[in-house]
Ligand binder design. Sequence first.
Ligand code: DGL
Length: 283
Amino acid sequence: MPASGDRGGPVRRDAPIGVFDSGVGGLTVLKELRRQLPNESMLYLGDEARMPYGPRPAEEVRRFTREAMRWLSAREVKLIVLACNTATSVALEMVREEIPIPILGVVRPGAAAALAASSKRAIGVLATDGTVRSGAYVRALKDLDPFVDVRQQACPKLVPIVEAGEFAGPKARAAVEEYVGWMTRGPDGPLVDTLLLGCTHYPLLRPVIGDVVGPAVRVVDSATTTAFAVREVLVSHGMLAAPGRPEHRLFTTSDTATFRRVARTLFGEDLPAVEEVRLPEAA
Ligand code: DGL
């Protein structure tokens, strides 16, 4: 029997999974989804024209996220992955109320990954300004373990550094030093034993971050656990796509050349065709 939504009609197993991010960075999550769910078709929407979301007021991020969710739900995806940490932090509950399609964010899976990795339950969260301000990671971590010790650090320099393709250079290293030094090199040793990368772009800085923090601190991100959570949900509801030929489509609100250029800088590979869309759609 097909699964059905509490407000929507029957959901097709072979419908694509929708993935939304403020821009190109969510391709880190898409990549992991494709690895763990090779039969699933995916429809990716990146709001590259209005990136970054991190420094924007929460109300504005909520409006943009609502527009993106409406766009994806009009394309009859079976599930939406809100791959943007900032959007998940400030808009997940609101869009869940409004959109008749199940939505999974990245904050809770990220929090679960950090707790699973941490032996001392002392966790540092690196994220955008908006995510840090929202307190969403602190809430998610404390929901899972009320004793957990959480330190947060907003890292506004990192997204522009990554977008410029400078993930391995001296600028990246200096910024990472500035942000993580106080948590990982206190006079009495590190304040945290695990660092959670709470932003789509930071996994691309993982080699530099790992190098700066050293082997005593574990570095985790939410992409792997989010994909795992998606898989678990689809399995539980009998919603996995049958083996076949999955189709992947990429949409951006920027011009497609910009999106492809940033994607090439970030991932070192050319993307398949990218299509341009306008948000809000009716405007
Ligand atoms: N996608 C955003 C996030 O994960 C980072 C980029 C932005 O600020 O829009 O928080």
